[in-house]
Design a binder for this molecule. Structure first.
Ligand code: NDP
Ligand SMILES: O=C(O)C(=O)[C@@H](O)[C@H](O)C(=O)CO
Length: 292
């Protein structure tokens, strides 16, 4: 199985294009899933203070000290590859809404780092803009401090609408590396993707499978049959070809492997067009203006 390629963020930091999402993973299960994902070849993990599983993620990553990949994802040939080190991983966590504000952000970051057992995080994101709180620019200023101190290798935002980005950029000194947004074939976010392209912000797709719902779309099922791939692989390959970073979540080793196994085939223009035709403005999660 080919490994995920790495994309360069706007500060030169490399991120695996396909990572593993951990929303709704109970803390007791997080360690096992992270270990499984590492074995399958994932190197990029997406958690958040709100998920309550940072300590479980830490235990999974802790397996690194004894971890030797027996998968061919990174090692080539299926033979054991050298042990992984912290530098091989990309760990993202997020600032929860109640912790917005300059001082509160710094405190929340320290708590997340203690939970994760890390000295630095690869990416720290503002989870939701919470526009009614009016604190995201101030929170971001604290994140710029963390970035300058080297405690976060990259900083960014999540669920930011164009107006939120516009306002943030009036005071930000560091352009966000990513905006992590809901994005799948039923919600393609064309406006934000174009805006990100112009600003040098990488688009990161959350709920890339529409929380599993888009897997049942007849167009996706037809494409899966035609390509001899699974519906999840068709959708994830579409994300890859759009240039999105993406972070599907799955609960079994078979699905975890299946989702990463999308770098050995491609979708032709007609298939990409068919998927582009599935836009229907369908959100599985909240609208960013409604979360506060
Ligand atoms: N920034 C934000 O506000 C948000 C960020 N996120 C991030 O995005 C990640 C992914 O989003 P998420 O909401 O989890 O949804 P996904 O779109 O990744 O879908 C996950 C669902 O699809 C199922 N699934 C996964 N792979 C397969 C497969 N190969 N075949 C069949 N079913 C499959 C899973 O089932 P099962 O688990 O049973 O295998 C699960 O029910 C989150 O885990 C989180 O890290 C998510 C929401 C908001
Ligand atoms: O998973 C996350 O990171 C979230 O913030 C969401 O799932 C969020 O709780 C949501 O979408 C609520 O509708």
């Amino acid at each position: 199985m080919k490994p995920s390629p790495r994309l360069s963020l706007n500060n030169g930091v490399l991120i695996d294009q396909l990572g593993f999402g951990l929303y709704k993973v109970p803390p007791a299960e997080a360690a096992g899933l992270v270990t499984m994902a590492l074995e399958a070849g994932y190197r990029h993990f997406d958690t958040a203070a709100m998920y309550g599983n940072e300590t479980g993620v830490a235990r999974g990553i802790g397996s690194l000290s004894s971890f030797v990949s027996t998968d061919d994802a990174r090692g080539g040939s299926g033979e054991a590859s050298p042990s992984l080190s912290r530098e091989d991983l990309f760990v993202t966590t997020k600032l929860w809404n109640d912790d917005q504000g300059y001082d509160a952000t710094l405190r929340a970051f320290d708590t997340s780092m203690a939970n994760l057992g890390l000295e630095y995080v690869d990416m720290y994101l503002i989870h939701w803009p919470c526009p009614q709180r009016g604190l995201y620019s101030e929170s971001y200023r604290a994140m710029e401090t963390l970035y300058r101190e080297g405690r976060a290798r990259a900083i960014g935002v999540s669920n930011f609408q164009p107006a939120h980005l516009d306002r943030l950029l009036q005071t930000a000194e560091v352009v966000p590396a990513v905006n992590q947004i809901e994005l799948h074939p039923w919600l393609q976010q064309e406006e934000l993707r174009a805006l990100h392209g112009g600003l040098g912000i990488t688009t990161e797709a959350w709920s890339p499978l529409g929380r599993g719902q888009v897997l049942q779309d007849p167009v996706v099922l037809d494409l899966a049959a035609a390509h001899g791939r699974t519906p999840a692989q068709i959708i994830l390959r579409w994300h890859v070809q759009l240039g999105n970073v993406t972070i599907p979540k799955a609960s079994s080793y078979a699905r975890i492997r299946e989702n990463l196994n999308v770098f050995g085939f491609s979708l032709e223009a007609a298939a990409m067009d068919a998927l582009a035709g599935l836009e229907r403005g369908f959100r599985t999660g909240s609208h960013p203006d409604s979360v506060n």
